[in-house]
Each structure stands twice: as structure tokens, then as C-alpha cells.
Design a binder for this molecule. Structure first.
Ligand code: TPP
Length: 678
């Protein structure tokens, strides 16, 4: 192995040696502890340390790195205390994730390390978002993210590289090509000659290097970092290496030809570097031994501290409290230019307040106004979505925005939903707020993993919030067929960590969107397409919020209660208007996660007969959840079984007659009559 020190001093060479030795020696110790049953799972990076260590040392301490499961060297090179890391690996409360996450699935803001989720590829787009923040601020920084050879087959790899290329982002993408993805050899993973060849397809630069040569890794990444910052472009680096142990310790290595170990054993990154340092007279053999002894003693001391952590004290309240980030500002509803009233003191729902300066607006205008006022209010707010810039978006909601706010903040995206959600999260890491417009709520399926597993869980996992709103143009009634009309809110209400809001009036559309943007948590904002231009109402001119988690009483009544949201509110109102003989109590939920249980309770108490109405299909819809809650908590108030009127359990069809039949509305009268007659 040829080492080239270039202008590195002896001290720097030694410091690099200490850097690569530490993860090697920690791992050797971990393997012992694993055999003793003191840690549960271990993904060894033995043989690959030069990549994580060399890369981290080449970056500035305050530049974000997104490591994977074999990158202990990132964590040690960022000088995370080993005692705390050890507590993390043991699942202890004093670890980096309060015992909620395993091995390297955590991050630390203090160390600018963003931990992985198991799914591997989603790491990559987060690096895009961080780099976008650097770019927007003109920071001279780059982000760096790792993937294995297996991970390059994921769509996330493609999307993240594509976005970084199209947006000219300073991201360093590192592929650790270690020959296998679990048991799958590279010959069954990809067909191109080298993975770095993929750079050409994205129109970016790339290089393949010896990943076992720490000086080569260090020097390359230093140079690439300069390139990325200076040219404002991404770069792909393929580091050739080998996984010297099994995928994880329990999985064995039977599928690897033994001669590979022999061959790559000769290329061990630590041993080769040691030989080089001795041959260059940078260190003597005894100095080397001294460094090893010091490292061993450091590890032993830290492990001792790490082992002293007490047993896990389970605190359910703390667990529940840590699912959502707390909002730091007070949260205002602004009703009047001169009057600012804290949300908690407002007795009336804002949408029922006849504000002197409220003018009649359409639902879509309420959304547009919320976005517009929020862009002014938050200079750190970025909107991303397909065709949202010059074109103004599929529904023209952001028309004119690019002129006013510029293309840096109103960002057209390639058709890369997953990476855009990931990039939105990356922006959060750097203190930005992001809104992503899903062109249609249906397309959230291709960004699903990032929403469900990254946005929703990151705060609970390691305290990093995801300040992201995903706008979801949803619903049917427009003859658009199975992939442009779905009601998919229930996919998200089942996920702790998300908030789900769903306005039905123009005033709520505005106030809830502003509240969603001000909320530090990920919010799925459902906007019903059929309401965009068909529903109008008074919308205060001011910048105001409608509190998330508070339902709205639409009308009080004595005969039956209809609990609903979105288009269902208009169906219920319509029905009530056409049936003046029935006194209907209508509750508009406005937020589906968290639910307003007090308001639901009041609605049950008002009539004792409850109908849950939604456009979503029946099985697994939010109506079932609410019905169960009512049965458990309001049983003695009920005079009839709780009923659900939902859309047919079929995909939503295209033909208008079929769609009409599909819709819950077509069965509303039947259910109301059933309930009344009970
Ligand atoms: C989406 C997804 N599919 C499958 C897995 C299971 N899995 C975990 S690691 C791994 C192999 C990854 O290979 P590679 O990207 O080459 O990284 P390496 O483990 O070799 O470092 C697999 C298949 C997973 N975690 N996530």
C-alpha cells in the first residue's frame, strides 16, 4: 500500500493514527463484550475504519455527517465520550437516545452527527437538506453522507444524488464498497463496472479510491470538500474496501470465499498505516505500543464509567411527552391589528368570529394567504414542490411567489418525493422551516418512508425536531380516479410523532396552515381539492392561527351528532339544511392527530346519538378509532350504537357515477335515518 503524506506533519500523521486505532480497539473490546452478552447487536466496521475516520477528520467539526451502521470512526473522530456511547449501545437511559434506539441509530446536534434509520438510503437526502441550508446562507461548508454498496440500489440513492446535482448542493456522497450487502455480493447488486460510474449519469464528478488507505481517504476528501464548497456542487466517492467480519456478529461469513479474507487481510488499514509510520520513522515500535497502551487504558476507564449506569427507570409520562417537540413561542391568534390574544384565552373558535376586516374568500385563497404571510413572517421558510415556482403549482396556489420571494425559497423539485421530504428534514437540522407541496396527497406513498420513519420519529429518538409541513391536496368528487383522489389521512394518524390537520373552511384553512408552519413538529396538512374553489367564507386579513388539536362546533342540535371533518362538514351542513325537521349537532374535528376528546365528549353528550362521517373508506378509517374511544369513555351517554358512514371499501373509481356511489355522502341519509329510528 502506497502512502503519500504530502504536507502532513509528523504530529498530524500520529493524530491520524490515534484516530484510526481507537475504533479498531473499541471494536475488539466490543466483540468480547458481545460474547459476554453485555451488548446485543454489533455491526463490525473492522477493516473499513480508514473511511469513516479519514472522512470525518477531513471535514470541519461543525459540518454535518450522516453515518451508517459501520461508521464507529465517525463517532469517535467527533470525540463523543466513549462512556456515553457505551451506554447508548447498552440501551441505557444515559445514552444518546435515552434507551430508545439501538447501536448507531441516533444523532447528536452537539457533534453535528445525524444518525441513521434502519432503512439506510434515507440518510442521503438529509445531507441534501443540510447542504441546501449551507448554500442558502452562503456558508463555506459541505455535508457528508455514507452509503454501502447495497444502499446504492435503493431509490433514495438515486433521488438524493439527483437533487444534489440539480440544485448544485455541496454534498459529499461516500460509497463504502465492501463487497457485500448482508450476503449479497456486488455482482448481484449492480451491473455497472464501478459504482462511481453512476456519477456520470447525474452529471456530477466522481472518483474511486482505495478505502483502506487512510491518507488517501483523508487527502481526497479534503480536496473534494474544497471542490464542493468552491464550485457549489456535489461529488461521489467510491471507497474500495472489504468487510472483514459478518454482516453483524450473529450472521457469520460462510458465504464469503476464505481467500478474500486472506487477500484483504494483507490490506488491513491499521496495520499498513502502522508499518508506514515505522518505515518513515514517524513512530518507533515502542512509541506505537505506548499509544496502544494509552488507548486501551482510555477504553477501559470509559467502559467502567459506562457500566455504572443504573437500571432503566421507565417513566410513561416522559415517554409520551418526548414524542413531540414543545413549541417555544407563545402562539398567537391575531384578531385585530391592535389586539394580540394568546391562543389559550380565546374562547370562541376564530373561524366563527365575524372579524370586521374579514373578507369573503375561497378555500384556496385561505391557503395561499397563509403561505404568503408565513413567507414574510419567517425568512427561514422554504417551500419545495413540483412545478411550484414559475408555473405556480398544479393548483396555482403559489402563483406569483417566485417573483416575490425568489427561486431560492420557492423551489421547483424533480419528481423525487422521498428525497424532498428528506431534504426538508435536513433543513430542520440547520434551523430552517420547510413546506413540501405533494402535488397530490396520493404521491405521499413515494415519500412515505421519510415521513413515517424519519420525520415522525426523529424527535423521540434523539431530540432533533422536524420542522416540516407536508401539504396534501386530497380527496375525490373531482372524477380523477384511484391515484388522484384518495383519502389517505388515516395512514398518518396511526403514526405517533406526526400531527394531522384537515380544515373545512377558508378561515380554518388559513389559520391551521399558519399554526402548522409555526409548529416545530411535522404536520400533514390535508387540503381537500374539491373545496378549493367551491367553498367561500369570511377570512380575516390578519396573520392568525387556529389552534391545532381544537375541534369546531359547527351547529348545535338535539337529535343526533355528526362528527366529521373536511368535505364531510359540508355534507353534514347540506344535509341539515335539507332536513330542517332534524336537529343536528355538527362537530368539525379540524385536527385528526391529536384529536379533541373534550369536544367529542360534548358532541356525544349533546344528543346521545353519534354518527361518524368521513370520505375515507370504512375499515381502518379514523371513524373507527373515535367510535372505540366513545364506547370506552362515553358509554353511559349513548342512546344508540355509534355509527360510521364512510366511503366504500374499494379504491376510488374514475367514472363520476361510480365515484358518487363510492362516496360516503350517498349513504348519509340511510345512516341518519337508522340512527334517528334507533
Ligand atoms: C430498506 C432496507 N432493506 C433491507 C434492510 C436489511 N439490511 C440491513 S443492512 C443490509 C445490507 C446493507 O448493505 P450495504 O449497503 O452494502 O452496507 P454494509 O452493511 O455492507 O455496510 C440489509 C440488506 C434494511 N435495513 N433496510
Amino acid at each position: 500500500m502506497q502512502f503519500h503524506r504530502k504536507d502532513l506533519t509528523d504530529n498530524e500523521l500520529v493524530s491520524i493514527y490515534k484516530g484510526i486505532l481507537l475504533p479498531r480497539m473499541i471494536e475488539e473490546k466490543m466483540l468480547v463484550l458481545l460474547r459476554q452478552g453485555k451488548i446485543s447487536k454489533w455491526f463490525s466496521g473492522i477493516g473499513q475504519e480508514a473511511i469513516a475516520v479519514g472522512a470525518t477528520m477531513a471535514m470541519q467539526q461543525n459540518e454535518w455527517i450522516m453515518p451508517l451502521h459501520r461508521n464507529l470512526g465517525v463517532f469517535t473522530s467527533r470525540k463523543m465520550p466513549l462512556s456515553k456511547l457505551f451506554m447508548q449501545w447498552q440501551g441505557n437511559k444515559e445514552g444518546y437516545s435515552k434507551g430508545r434506539e439501538r447501536s448507531f441509530h441516533f444523532g447528536s446536534k452537539e457533534h453535528y452527527v445525524c444518525g441513521m434509520i434502519s432503512h439506510l438510503g434515507p440518510q442521503m437526502a438529509i445531507a441534501d437538506g443540510v447542504a441546501l441550508a449551507y448554500k442558502l446562507r452562503n456558508d463555506e461548508k459541505a455535508s457528508l453522507v455514507f452509503t454501502g454498496d447495497g444502499g446504492t440500489s435503493e431509490g433514495d440513492f438515486h433521488e438524493a444524488l439527483n437533487i444534489a446535482a440539480v440544485w448544485d448542493l455541496p454534498v459529499i456522497f461516500i460509497i463504502e464498497n465492501n463487497g457485500y450487502g448482508l450476503s449479497t455480493p456486488t455482482s448481484e447488486q449492480y451491473r455497472c463496472k464501478n459504482l462511481v460510474d453512476k456519477a456520470i449519469g447525474y452529471g456530477i464528478e466522481g472518483i474511486q479510491i482505495d478505502g483502506n488507505n487512510i491518507l488517501s481517504v483523508y487527502d481526497t476528501i479534503k480536496g473534494v470538500r474544497d471542490y464542493c464548497i468552491k464550485n457549489q456542487k456535489p461529488y461521489l466517492i467510491e471507497c474500495m474496501t472489504f468487510r472483514m467480519r459478518g454482516h453483524e456478529e450473529a450472521s457469520g461469513v460462510k458465504y464469503v470465499p476464505p481467500e478474500m479474507f486472506e487477500q484483504w487481510g494483507k490490506r488491513d488499514p491499521v496495520k499498513n498505516y502502522e508499518d508506514y509510520l515505522i518505515s518513515e520513522s514517524v513512530l518507533t515500535a515502542s512509541q506505537l505500543e505506548n499509544i496502544k497502551a494509552e488507548t486501551k487504558s482510555y477504553i477501559e476507564t470509559e467502559l467502567k464509567i459506562g457500566s455504572q449506569a443504573g437500571p432503566m427507570e421507565v417513566n410513561t409520562e416522559e415517554e409520551l411527552n418526548d414524542v413531540y417537540a414543545e413549541r417555544k413561542d407563545t402562539g398567537y391568534l391575531i384578531l385585530d391589528k391592535s389586539l394580540q390574544v394568546p391562543a389559550s384565552q380565546i374562547q370562541q373558535p376564530v373561524s366563527s368570529i365575524r372579524h370586521p376586516e374579514a373578507s369573503e374568500k375561497r378555500f384556496i385563497d385561505g391557503i395561499k394567504e397563509a403561505l404568503h404571510q408565513s413567507m414574510i413572517k419567517h425568512p427561514n421558510l422554504i417551500i419545495m414542490g413540483q412545478d411550484i415556482a414559475e408555473y405556480g403549482g398544479a393548483f396555482k396556489i403559489t402563483e406569483g411567489f417566485v417573483k416575490e420571494f425568489g427561486k431560492a425559497r420557492i423551489r421547483n423539485t424533480p419528481i423525487c418525493e422521498s428525497a424532498v421530504v428528506g431534504a426538508a428534514l435536513g433543513l430542520s437540522l440547520e434551523g430552517y422551516k420547510a413546506i413540501m407541496e405533494m402535488q397530490f396527497a396520493d404521491f405521499a406513498t413515494v415519500g412515505f418512508n421519510q415521513i413515517i420513519n424519519n420525520l415522525a420519529k426523529i424527535y423521540y429518538r434523539w431530540g432533533q425536531n422536524a420542522d416540516v409541513v407536508v401539504r396534501m391536496p386530497t380527496g375525490g368528487g373531482v372524477g380523477a380516479g384511484p391515484f388522484h383522489s384518495q383519502s389517505n389521512e388515516a395512514w398518518f394518524t396511526h403514526t405517533p410523532g406526526l400531527k394531522v390537520v384537515y380544515p373545512s373552511t377558508p378561515a380554518d384553512a388559513k389559520g391551521l396552515l399558519i399554526a402548522a408552519i409555526n409548529d416545530p413538529n411535522p404536520v400533514l396538512y390535508f387540503e381537500h381539492k374539491a373545496l378549493y374553489r367551491s367553498v367561500s367564507g369570511p377570512v380575516p386579513e390578519e396573520y392568525y392561527e387556529v389552534e391545532i388539536g381544537k375541534a369546531r362546533l359547527v351547529t348545535s342540535g338535539d337529535d343526533i351528532s355528526i362528527i366529521t371533518y373536511g368535505a364531510g362538514v359540508h355534507w353534514a351542513m347540506d344535509y341539515a339544511k335539507n332536513h330542517p325537521d332534524i336537529s343536528i349537532h355538527i362537530l368539525d374535528l379540524r385536527t385528526l392527530l391529536p384529536l379533541d376528546y373534550d369536544a367529542i365528549k360534548e358532541a356525544v353528550a349533546a344528543t346521545g346519538k353519534v354518527l361518524l362521517l368521513h370520505e375515507d373508506t370504512l375499515i381502518g378509517g379514523i371513524g373507527g378509532e373515535i367510535a372505540a374511544w366513545i364506547a370506552e369513555n362515553c358509554f353511559d351517554q349513548l342512546d344508540a350504537p355509534v355509527m360510521r358512514c364512510a366511503s366504500l371499501d374499494t379504491p376510488i373509481p374514475f367514472n363520476m357515477e361510480l365515484e358518487k356511489n363510492f362516496m360516503a355522502y350517498s349513504r348519509l341519509d340511510e345512516y341518519v335515518q337508522k340512527l334517528i329510528g334507533y
